[in-house]
Design a protein. Structure first.
Length: 479
């Protein structure tokens, strides 16, 4: 009897232990790199992306790296192909600042004005903004889309002199590239070394990221870096990057292989492969932690929402011709980076690919969904064709349209032109006025590159509206 009771007790304990074991632990198993290769290949084929480079590391060691597709010069993408990583560069800038904190040269909660007295915003609250608040995007500094050009970090920061804060320092999170222009300038001033040289000496070289560098402007020539692409209608078009000063906020140019070395350090307590610590473990952990006024952003790292499983420390990056994602999964020790030589306005493909790879590391099968950007673009293309056909029909019948309204008073006649004139004015402002604001360096071509399918529709609406307005007015005056 006791034996039977003991047996039942053991079975009960076994069943209970299986019941309470987390599913992620059950699912995780040896990672098959062939599965990664198959997933990424299928993804870029289904979404018609020109190229991608990926790297996977675990607990400080390389697991897998590979390139797919081709660049704008027709060369195969490899793990050694240069790519812009856009805003993922902020993690490097933050790391550089934290290295200076580690050395006792900067204190996180000191006012920035203590180190940069020459920078004065047109707002008395500027004196309260701390280094931590710049790092966590809680400074209140705005991030306008249109700013004057600059060729140096100093000139870029000086553009802020007449700016005002949009909120109280430390009050709330508001993502702002100027925070990181300021931080790059802070690194230069405190270290006495140019920002690009500081990254090379203190981060790239110790990690043997020998192909990595940082630029000040998107227009700065980088040997070996071809044009990227913008996607439209299920295809990819080589495009010239929008001209802007992005030092500190988005200037790093690197490779998937080098990103693997960067993430290996982050999954190895801040140490490189020689065992040298580039940053204290305490500050490294602080960079991944929520900050006052910022629950989803640490110090140069984005923090995943509670509904994201597994939780990750990340940073994405988007320019008008490149997209990037880097993810660290603390629960498994894996880290992934995806670099794309294309920009898709309506979906972060780099994030989707990285998430799929993370699912594979968890022992799950990632789903490759329908290409939503392609569906959206083709839908806009259909609307564009319909609008063009109706527009041509309207142009052909402009004389008849005006004749039917010959007896209308002038005010009523021109009132009927408003539906055609309104798009002309709004789209004309977007195409011809916006690129000239603040003496910025953008052009009409740049505007098209931001979302080609939508901009082509706008262009057709502008041309049709202008043609209809002119012809109908002409026939009114003539008759």
């Amino acid at each position: 009897m006791y034996k039977k009771l003991g047996f039942i007790f053991l079975i009960t304990i076994l069943i209970w232990s299986l019941w309470i074991t987390p599913s992620s632990i059950q699912a995780a198993g040896p990672l098959n790199t062939n599965d990664i290769d198959e997933f990424v290949s299928k993804y870029i084929k289904k979404n018609r992306l020109p190229g991608a480079a990926i790297v996977v590391v675990k607990d400080g060691k390389l697991v897998y790296e590979k390139g797919y597709g081709h660049d704008a010069e027709g060369k195969p993408i490899t793990e050694k192909s240069l790519m812009r990583i856009a805003s993922a560069s902020k993690s490097f800038t933050a790391f550089a600042v934290l290295q200076l904190v580690d050395q006792g040269k900067i204190k996180l909660d000191d006012p920035v004005a203590k180190y940069l007295p020459e920078i004065k915003l047109d707002d008395s609250r500027w004196k309260e903004v701390t280094v931590r608040q710049l790092l966590s995007h809680t400074s209140g500094i705005p991030s306008p889309i249109i700013v004057a050009p600059a060729n140096t970090i100093k000139a870029g920061v000086e553009r802020l002199q007449d700016w005002q804060l949009q909120s109280q320092p430390g009050e709330k999170f508001a993502y702002s590239n100027p925070n990181y222009w300021m931080l790059a300038f802070l690194v230069e001033k405190v270290s006495g070394i140019e920002f690009s040289d500081f990254l090379k000496q203190k981060i790239f070289s110790p990690l043997e990221m020998n192909d990595s560098l940082t630029a000040i402007n998107t227009g700065d020539p980088v040997q070996g870096l071809p044009k990227g692409y913008v996607t439209a209608y299920g295809t990819a078009i080589p495009w010239t990057e929008l001209e802007q000063m992005f030092a500190g906020a988005g200037g790093v140019v690197t490779t998937a292989s080098d990103m693997g070395k960067w993430l290996s350090m982050h999954t190895n307590d801040g140490k490189n492969k020689k065992g040298e610590a580039l940053l204290s473990k305490e500050l490294l952990e602080e960079s991944y932690s929520p900050q006052p006024g910022s629950e989803k952003y640490g110090l140069g790292w984005q923090l995943s929402s509670p509904n994201v499983n597994p939780a990750r420390k990340s940073h994405s990056g988007d320019l008008s011709t490149y997209q990037t994602q880097q993810d660290i999964v603390p629960s498994s020790g894996y880290a992934v980076s995806v670099l794309l030589n294309s920009f898709t306005p309506t979906l972060k493909h780099a994030y989707e690919i990285s998430s799929g790879i993370i699912q594979l590391t968890e022992g799950n099968e990632p789903e490759i969904k329908a290409s939503v950007p392609m569906i959206l673009d083709l839908s806009l293309g259909f609307i564009t064709i319909v609008y063009l056909i109706l527009g041509i029909k309207g142009v052909v019948k402009s004389k008849e349209w005006s004749k039917k309204r010959k007896q209308h008073p002038t005010w009523r006649f021109f009132l009927r032109l408003i539906p055609q004139l309104l798009p002309v004015l709004l789209i004309g402002w977007l195409f011809f006025i916006v690129p000239t604001l603040q003496n910025n360096s953008s052009t009409i071509i740049d505007a098209f590159g931001l979302y080609p399918a939508a901009m082509i529709l706008f262009a057709i609406m502008f041309i049709v509206g202008l043609a209809l307005s002119i012809l109908r007015s002409y026939y009114r005056i003539r008759n």
